[in-house]
Design a protein around this ligand. Sequence first.
Ligand SMILES: [Zn+2]
Ligand SMILES: [Zn+2]
Length: 134
Amino acid sequence: MQRRDWQKRLQQAGLRATPQRVLAAELVLARARHITPQQLHAELAARLPGVSLNTAYQILQQFEALGWVRRLALGARTWFDSNTTPHDHLVCTRCGRMEDLPPEQAQLSSVPQGWRITRVMRIAEGLCPRCLSR
Ligand SMILES: [Zn+2]
Ligand SMILES: [Zn+2]
């Protein structure tokens, strides 16, 4: 998508197409990725000096409210995933690298009586190849 397409998409969603939001949309939504508010802040600030971490976080929250990204949280860490279809994740406990876990049948062996499960989200913790080889 071109810059003006992102502008149009933001406007259609009722958001003002500020330079920060347009750039964030390009960075986060153009391909499936997992991004933290800190990462987005660093990428925005590299091209738009003066953008605050709070702005990066607010933009991600706005995208979440529109269903454009999905929030993943583990302990104090938060990622935003631009692949919003249900899937599981692997996270490296050392460097924080987050990857998709290939889909498998999400089978729950026992579900408490009276519950209906609509989505299973799992995050597997471990060490990534790069951290293991260090
Ligand atoms: Zn790692
Ligand atoms: Zn994911």
